[in-house]
Design a protein around this ligand. Structure first.
Ligand code: GDP
Length: 197
């Protein structure tokens, strides 16, 4: 039966490894630079307006939010990175949490990396891609904010993203607009295809 992505519930925010969820359901981990539109992409996937902000209080950049979809899989919202106004203490906390998360064996079934379709991926995006690669999970890269590109810019920008992130032929790159909804079906197909149990 098709997964109903409209049936989404917030489960918990993890700030320490003891709170990481290991209950056997498949997990797709969403990562991206702050402001890239990660919350907007999740909201678009589940068809709701302020959903991905549930449980996230402002300024709390160091928590991992778990959303359960149709009782069948988790969307795991990893804390954004690259936010300029974050203290060193908070950056360190972020680094420890992510290290623990990526070192916890078998947590991630699919990595979803959100990048900005307008720009070359940042050094942090490349690092995140390597962390996912190191965990051995397949990857989907979402090139968000597609609506901000001119038609003629789309192909060259997607090629630059593929090249910078060193994507192989089997890695999926989904051109996406959280604002307009473009790419939603392709992303849902990629999620459902990788996460069937
Ligand atoms: P997050 O910090 O990665 O969770 O980013 P948000 O989802 O909060 O989005 C950051 C900003 O980018 C907001 O002002 C969004 O409205 C805007 N945004 C997100 N996705 C898109 C998109 O596809 N197109 C456009 N034009 N703006 C977007």
């Amino acid at each position: 039966m098709a997964i109903n992505f409209n049936k989404a519930e917030f489960i918990l925010s993890a700030t320490v490894p003891a709170q990481f969820v290991h209950d056997g359901l498949p997990q797709a981990a969403f990562a991206g630079r702050s402001n890239v539109g990660k919350s907007s992409v999740i909201n678009r996937v589940v068809n709701r307006k302020n959903f991905a902000r549930v449980g996230a209080s402002p300024g709390k950049t160091t928590q991992i939010n778990y959303f359960k979809i149709d009782g069948r899989l988790y969307l795991v919202d990893l804390p954004g990175y690259g936010y300029a106004k974050v203290s060193k203490a908070e950056r360190d906390r972020w680094g420890r949490l992510m290290e623990n998360y990526f070192q916890s064996a078998g947590l991630i079934d699919l990595g979803v990396l959100i990048v900005d379709a307008r720009h070359k991926p940042t050094a942090d995006d490349v690092t995140m891609r390597e962390w996912f690669r190191g965990s051995g999970c397949p990857m989907v890269v979402v090139a968000n904010k597609l609506d901000k590109l001119k038609r003629s810019e789309i192909e060259p920008n997607l090629a630059l993203i593929r090249e910078t992130l060193n994507l192989g032929p089997d890695d999926v790159l989904v051109p996406f607009s959280a604002e307009k909804g473009e790419g939603k079906d392709a992303l849902i197909t990629a999620l459902a295809g990788h996460l069937k149990r």
